[in-house]
Design a protein around this ligand. Structure first.
Ligand code: ASP
Length: 303
């Protein structure tokens, strides 16, 4: 029996303040609506692209316009994309000229036999070459981020946005987009554009995107680890919990809160996080869906 097509999205593993909760949940609902429509008409690649573009436009989320500021008060964006049918991946870092770096990452995923990862200034040059909506670097900055920056707030809002989907042909895809960590040093690259750390998609095995402290996710290869665990026979929820446990299991190690969404090739999925919250949701073509800001947290960590 063919699995039911489904899309799962998240708006970042982090901490959502009470006053922004509804805006986050609305952003998730919109991303699911747009992603589901694309899933039915165009498949998993279109679905994850559209869902992430929707969240890049959502100003409370740390992606596109409204992304977190670096230590100098600027926004620079990273994004990743992977197609499960070919396992081609794409990544871009240091983008300042479009609020939709996911479009650049998708383009990079179509290059060569494997795809490619590129950094600044080539990533901005690519934006000018492609038919993507352009903007000025200052257009990416919103007031609540300026205020957080003025307070040097490291944890204002949630983090990276991401989407994974399985379509009617059995193809999976992953997309994610971020401004990176708050007050990051200029030039810092997190896990989001890094294949295996922030994302993984393989039609034979499953698909995962991660969020949280990029240095932890890169060190642990969290997205790849999740899907390897699924391949070794673990249920989606157990794989997510085990991969997250690997990010916190050293006593005295100053690691940060993380989260994952993952989807198996037979349409089972997990949403899990060690962060205080992770606004996320899923929607199936059968009309079922669910949106929440806190999911089953199997591991409690102090930030
Ligand atoms: N993972 C992203 C990064 O480290 C940000 C996040 O999801 O918290 O750049």
């Amino acid at each position: 029996m063919k699995p039911q097509p489904v899309i799962v999205v998240h708006g970042g593993a982090g901490r959502v303040s009470e006053d922004r909760r509804e805006a986050f949940l609305d952003g998730i609902r919109e991303a699911l609506d747009r992603g589901l429509e694309a899933l039915e008409s165009g498949g998993s690649i279109a679905a994850v692209r559209e869902a992430v573009m929707s969240m890049e436009a959502c100003e409370v989320m740390n992606a596109g316009r409204g992304a977190a500021l670096d230590v100098e008060g600027n926004v620079s964006l990273d994004a990743g994309f992977m197609e499960g049918a070919t396992r081609r991946f794409g990544g871009v870092t240091g983008v300042t000229s479009t609020m939709h770096p996911v479009l650049l990452a998708q383009h990079m995923a179509s290059r060569g036999d494997f795809g490619q990862l590129i950094g600044a200034p080539a990533s901005d040059e690519l934006a000018h070459e492609l038919d993507v909506p352009l903007c000025r670097p200052e257009d990416l900055i919103v007031e609540h981020r300026r205020a957080a920056h003025a307070e040097n707030a490291h944890d204002a809002g949630a983090d990276t946005v991401g989407a994974i989907a399985l379509d009617a042909d059995g193809h999976v895809a992953a997309a994610l987009s971020t401004g990176g960590t708050n007050v990051k040093p200029p030039g810092r690259i997190g896990d989001s554009p890094i294949v295996g750390a922030g994302f993984w998609a393989d039609d034979e095995e499953g698909v995962c995107v991660a969020s949280g402290v990029g240095e932890v996710l890169m060190r642990e290869g969290t997205a790849r680890r999740c899907i390897r665990l699924v391949s070794s026979g673990l249920a989606a929820t157990d794989a997510a919990a085990a991969a997250l446990a690997a990010t916190v299991d050293y006593e005295g190690d100053q690691r940060g809160p993380c989260g994952v969404i993952l989807l198996t090739v037979d349409g089972r999925f997990a949403i899990n996080h060690t962060s205080e919250s992770m606004p996320a949701g899923w929607a199936g073509v059968d009309g079922n869906s669910e949106v929440r800001d806190v999911w089953s947290r199997t591991i409690a960590v102090e930030r």
